[in-house]
Design a binder for this molecule. Structure first.
Ligand code: AHG
Ligand code: MN
Ligand code: MN
Length: 334
């Protein structure tokens, strides 16, 4: 019997490409390119403490070179990988105000566009706490060969053809969906490959963890505070009080909850009256994954994936997690 019993991300993409009828080759190559970008960013994240690439951009390091924030480095690496790959014609990134057009001779005829949060959890970069990358892929709707427009990016989340995140944690993992369930791959640094480690991930229906920035409690809507009070009450049957867990990187908080059960909430606050998290490259991709795993993602009044975007950096409130926990929060809205 062979000892080679691993499935790499590359192999998995090819094996599953029949699930996606249209443009199999191009789509598989784009996913592969994203996997490559994730590996390069993982390498940079791992050596961050050594390379003087921590901290704020805008000042010089000891060699007199301008220091780039890791967010900026990750953004550039991702754009470079997708440009080289040639299957993506435009990107909407957290780090760029406008759409980035990739107009190299190959890319400009590509069918796909990508939304990107190159590094999620900025406040955790300098302190060696888990951070992530979030992406989603759409098919453009305007004419191929012309510059992509906001119309392409203002498609509802339910139109995405794929979405995923990478978590740079105690190990690096890539988790993604193409609308046929959710699968997770752990980077094996010894062979430099993402290996299938979490097949068909399911969001537990119940959980005992709630994640939100309770420091903002005074500004939360009433129903959120009522829910927090409920979580903190003692009740043996429902295993309360629940545990509070908040990392401050959406990817890491949602990844933990996806594995263990739980709820993540970023409600409107005084500082961020429409919520803080961005629809195109944070809420939509994470909601696509969470729904594919059996969880729920809502603003409280609307399914996240049904929102028609109206701005590239639009923010929305979000409640996302285990089905029964989200339903409980919504009861307090009534
Ligand atoms: P980013 O680092 O990409 O700007 O995103 C940070 C986000 C998200 O990851 C996290 O859930 C949230 O900001 C934390 O915000 P607070 O510090 O306000 O809790
Ligand atoms: Mn983010
Ligand atoms: Mn970010």
């Amino acid at each position: 019997m062979s000892n080679f019993n691993i499935t790499t991300l590359g192999q998995f993409i090819i094996e599953r490409q029949n699930e996606y009828r249209d443009a199999k080759g191009a789509f598989s190559r784009l996913l592969r390119d994203i996997g490559i970008a994730a590996k390069v960013i993982s390498r940079e994240v791992n050596k961050a403490g050594l390379a003087e690439i921590l901290g704020e951009a805008g000042h010089d390091n000891v060699q007199g070179e301008a220091v780039k924030k890791l967010d900026v480095i990750a953004n550039e690496l991702f754009i470079d990988c997708l440009t080289r790959g040639g299957e993506c014609c435009a990107i909407a990134s957290e780090e760029n105000e406008d759409i980035i057009q990739i107009d190299s001779p190959v890319s400009k005829n590509a069918k796909y566009i990508v939304t990107l949060d190159p590094l999620d959890g900025s406040s955790n970069i300098d302190v060696n706490v888990s951070i992530g990358t979030i992406f989603s892929i759409y098919k453009r709707i305007t004419q191929t060969g012309t510059p992509a427009t906001t119309e392409d990016f203002f498609q509802c989340g339910n139109k995405a053809v794929a979405a995923g995140y990478v978590i740079y944690g105690s190990s690096t993992m890539l988790v993604y969906t193409t609308g046929n369930g959710v699968n997770g791959f752990t980077l094996d640094p010894s062979i430099g490959e993402f290996c299938l480690s979490h097949l068909n991930m399911k969001f537990p229906k119940d959980g005992t963890v709630y994640s939100l920035n309770e420091g903002n409690k005074a500004a939360f809507p009433d129903f959120v505070n009522k829910y927090i009070d409920w979580c903190q009450q003692t009740d043996k049957d429902t295993k309360r009080p629940y545990s509070a867990r908040y990392i401050g990187s959406m990817v890491a908080d949602v990844h933990r909850n996806l594995n263990k059960g739980g709820i993540f909430i970023y409600p409107p606050t005084a500082k961020a009256p429409k919520g803080k998290l961005r629809l195109l490259y944070e809420c939509n991709p994470m909601s696509f994954i969470i729904e594919q795993a059996g969880g729920i993602a809502t603003t409280g009044t609307e399914r996240i994936l049904d929102i028609v975007p109206s701005a590239l950096h639009q923010r929305v409130p979000i409640i996302l997690g285990s089905e029964n926990m989200v339903k409980k929060v919504l009861e307090f809205m009534k």
